[in-house]
Design a protein around this ligand. Structure first.
Ligand code: HEC
Length: 432
């Protein structure tokens, strides 16, 4: 291990000498282990399943973890980031609720990596070409639409852009799966997809979100305010069999992309969206509900400079039984914790999401293992905390200033998007 890496690791984890001593001791016991751990037998399956989807060419991570040598080169680092659960990135508390797209390693898997690294990283015998499975071509989309190429600025300033992509769809379709493919995976920070059928929003294409002309388009509210949200690691969303999100005939897709430029010249982006449609008309339509500023219960939403704050939002009572497919919580940099649940008329809590260490970088759509029934009359509650002090290293503006609600990342938000169906008997047992 290079010494600066040791320094980084110790600095990152603030380990005391006692803990380091214990780590060394526990490694003695792993040397004594009878079973010899090898890369191909024990470690590769873990890495390919849990790391390679991001750590491969063209994905968001800064280096590949596809081969034995890729992993050995960073063996200590890999053991460290899996041991302290920095990787794979996953923010939701899985004791509060479980998700079908959960990205967590088991304690056994973490130990396997740790013991393999401590034991000298034996290679073992390669039996099949497993890495190629990760890179295997995926099923063909029914429709791919692409934005016009955009040249990313070099001034290191966050850049929020709108793009409009006509689909020219000849008839209504139902989306069973949707995938956003960033053209420049390193600089596309996130992207939100909306839909419009008025065709009055086409000239928004290429405008900055700060451009005055953007407000002219508010006259034409999107059909779907939140078709899909992409952040690195937010892989395609698929909806349960027989259900789909409606994409209207002749829809225009409106993209709101946040670029985080790195100052290097000559960088551009041309992102695309892959749609997979249901074969026939979906029996049931997927809807989305965005709980946002209007629902905040302790307004004004003002976080004073150098203060921390807690805000609550409440939505409901909901008028019908619904089955929730997944949720997408959203805050900006000063967000610290996010918790959401529904309370039924009988005062029972239904857990949606709990994030104890919010990280702006990792914003997933959390899809429930089974559809989650929220009965009619329930209220959805959100509790968030923010840290707007100078001591918060994530604070984008220091010395701290007062902040309010707003789309810009130097403002704050506390939104929750729910993807849901109208409830049907048996939904709560539907695992897909
Ligand atoms: C969802 C995508 C994703 C997955 C899955 C993922 N990574 Fe990462 N990883 C990233 C990105 C993006 C970065 C760079 C940004 C950062 O460090 O936060 C990164 C950084 C790292 C780093 C460098 C950390 C640093 O401080 O510089 C290591 C080591 C790493 N990943 C190992 C792994 C391992 C091992 C796994 C699997 C157990 C894994 N990653 C899974 C996206 C991912």
């Amino acid at each position: 291990m290079r010494s600066f890496e040791i320094f980084q690791i110790i600095a990152a984890t603030h380990r005391s000498p006692i803990v380091i001593g214990l780590m060394v001791l526990s490694c003695f016991s792993c040397f004594a282990q009878k079973k010899k751990l090898t890369y191909y037998d024990h470690v590769e399956p873990i890495i390919l399943k849990n790391c390679a989807p991001c750590h491969s060419p063209g994905q968001g991570a800064p280096f590949s973890l596809l081969t034995y040598s890729d992993v050995v080169k960073r063996g200590d680092f890999v053991a460290e980031v899996t041991g302290n659960k920095y990787m794979p990135p996953w923010k939701a508390d899985v004791g509060f609720q479980s998700y079908r797209n959960q990205r967590t390693l088991s304690e056994q898997e973490i130990l396997t990596i740790k013991n393999w690294v401590a034991g000298g990283m034996a290679k073992g015998k390669k039996s099949k070409n497993t890495a190629s499975a990760v890179l295997a071509p995926k099923e063909k989309p029914d429709l791919t639409v692409m934005m016009q190429p955009y040249s990313i600025g070099t001034d290191n300033q966050d850049d929020y852009r709108f793009f409009n992509i006509p689909t020219n769809l000849p008839k209504d379709q139902y989306i069973s799966k949707i995938e956003f493919v960033p053209g420049n995976a390193r600089l596309v920070h996130h992207s939100r997809l909306m839909t419009d059928t008025s065709h009055m929003v086409r000239t928004i294409n290429g405008l900055s979100a700060n451009d005055e002309r953007v407000s002219e388009f508010e006259k034409y509210p999107p059909i779907d305010k939140f078709l899909y949200g992409y952040v690195p690691g937010n892989f395609p969303i698929s909806f349960p069999p027989g259900t789909g999100k409606k994409l209207h005939k002749d829809t225009d897709i409106i993209l709101n992309i946040h670029y985080a430029p790195n100052g290097r010249p000559g960088q551009s982006d041309q992102s695309k969206i892959n749609f997979y449609f249901t074969k026939e008309k979906a029996e049931r339509e997927v809807f989305s509900l965005a709980i946002a500023e209007e629902s905040i219960s302790n307004k004004p939403f003002l976080i004073k400079a150098n203060e921390t704050a807690t805000f609550y939002a409440s939505f409901g009572p909901i008028p019908i039984d619904i089955s929730v497919i997944g949720v997408l919580p959203h805050m900006h940099y000063r967000g610290k914790t996010f918790k959401a649940f529904a309370i039924t008329k009988e005062d029972e809590a239904i857990h949606l999401i709990k994030i104890d260490a919010w990280d702006f970088k990792w914003q997933d759509t959390y899809q429930f293992k089974k559809l989650l029934k929220i009965p009619k009359g329930s209220v959805i509650l959100i509790e968030t905390t923010f840290d707007n002090t100078n001591d918060n290293p994530a604070n984008p503006v220091t010395p701290a200033v007062d902040v309010t609600y707003g789309w810009n990342t130097t403002s704050e938000m506390m939104d929750l998007v729910l993807y849901y169906l109208n409830y049907k008997e048996g939904d709560e047992n539907l695992e897909y």
